[in-house]
Design a protein around this ligand. Structure first.
Ligand SMILES: [Fe+2]
Length: 316
């Protein structure tokens, strides 16, 4: 797509209210919400209260139900949320100081301006920006400065208001997206493609859980619709509030899900590298040219580091 065309499309989008991140009109928004609400299987796990809802819930694989059941009582505590807000807050006019999470957002935005960044916190292994916590005086034991590990099966994602992910596929993993705080919009796509069919749009609030598997809902885009302050979201945008949504993600590789129905299928040659099919990487659509790229799932922070930072944050 040429620059001229891109500009023209952006103007068209403005006129029809089709702005970032989903490029849909109000009408399409309503239709896509209806679609998600009546989809079989349901993209969101809940307790059925009618025959129809029961049918929608019935086809959700047992392994997914098990993951969701184990997560159902998890929430961020009020002090954890308050400390995260403090670390996400923009600099005040008289004071240029910013917290650890906003520092990471600035670094990520610089490295990849194609979409407003979010933060991945790995519950296992080392992460890319752990050293920043040390530089800020939160961590006293020297930490590594190398890139972190890839493919943690359990990840906490922090979504600043109005920030979003590219359209991406979780390949052949099976997993859940459990909302812990704030609010998150999830758009489901029929394939990994710039013009992919939109299957439905759903909003998660704390306690609600979306899911995906190799065959069902593996391609999505996540967006935090809360108040991001001035300006319109899009490539290069960074918000100016401390609002955020948080989600807890679990991804199991195919060989870790004994209850999935693909067991009888032929497995890949063990010597082959299928990175983008496992949780070590995912394929995504580049915002600028709608071409496919591969993202190695490095994490930004490790949970044991962030937990210490939050605990040491002065909330007065
Ligand atoms: Fe995702």
């Amino acid at each position: 797509m040429t620059n001229h065309n891109l500009k023209h499309d952006e103007q068209e989008s403005e006129i029809h209210g089709k702005g970032y991140p989903f490029h849909i009109t109000q009408e399409e928004n309503q239709e896509l919400r209806q679609k998600a609400a009546s989809a079989i299987p349901s993209p969101v796990i809940s307790q059925a209260s009618s025959f129809d809802e029961y049918v929608q819930q019935l086809m959700i694989p047992p392994v997914v139900m098990d993951m969701a059941r184990k997560a159902e009582n998890m929430r961020l505590s009020p002090w954890e949320i308050a400390a995260m807000r403090k670390h996400l807050a923009p600099a005040k006019h008289h004071d240029k100081k910013i917290g650890l999470l906003r520092k990471i957002l600035h670094k990520k935005a610089k490295a990849d301006p194609s979409h407003p960044p979010y933060i991945r916190v790995a519950c296992t292994g080392k992460s890319h920006y752990d050293y920043l916590a040390e530089a800020d005086g939160h961590i006293h034991k020297p930490l590594h400065k190398k890139k972190g590990d890839v493919g943690s099966p359990v990840v906490l994602e922090i979504w600043p208001a109005q920030h979003y992910s590219p359209i991406h596929s979780h390949g052949e993993t099976t997993g859940i997206v459990f909302c812990l705080a704030g609010q998150l919009d999830v758009m489901l796509y029929g394939s990994l493609d710039g013009n992919a069919e939109k299957l439905g749009l759903t909003t998660l609030t704390p306690g609600q859980c979306a899911w995906l598997s190799k065959d069902t809902y593996p391609v999505h885009r996540v967006f935090c619709p809360l108040d991001g302050g001035e300006g319109k979201t899009g490539p290069g945008f960074i918000n100016s509030t401390e609002e955020f949504g948080a989600s807890f993600h679990v991804y199991l590789n195919e060989d870790e899900t004994p209850m999935m129905p693909h067991d009888e299928e032929e497995h890949h040659d063990d010597n082959e590298q299928h990175h983008s099919h496992s949780r070590n990487a995912f394929d995504f659509i580049k915002e600028e040219d709608s071409k496919k790229g591969t993202f190695k799932t490095h994490s930004d922070l490790s949970w044991h580091v962030l937990r210490r930072v939050l605990a040491e944050t002065d909330l007065t």
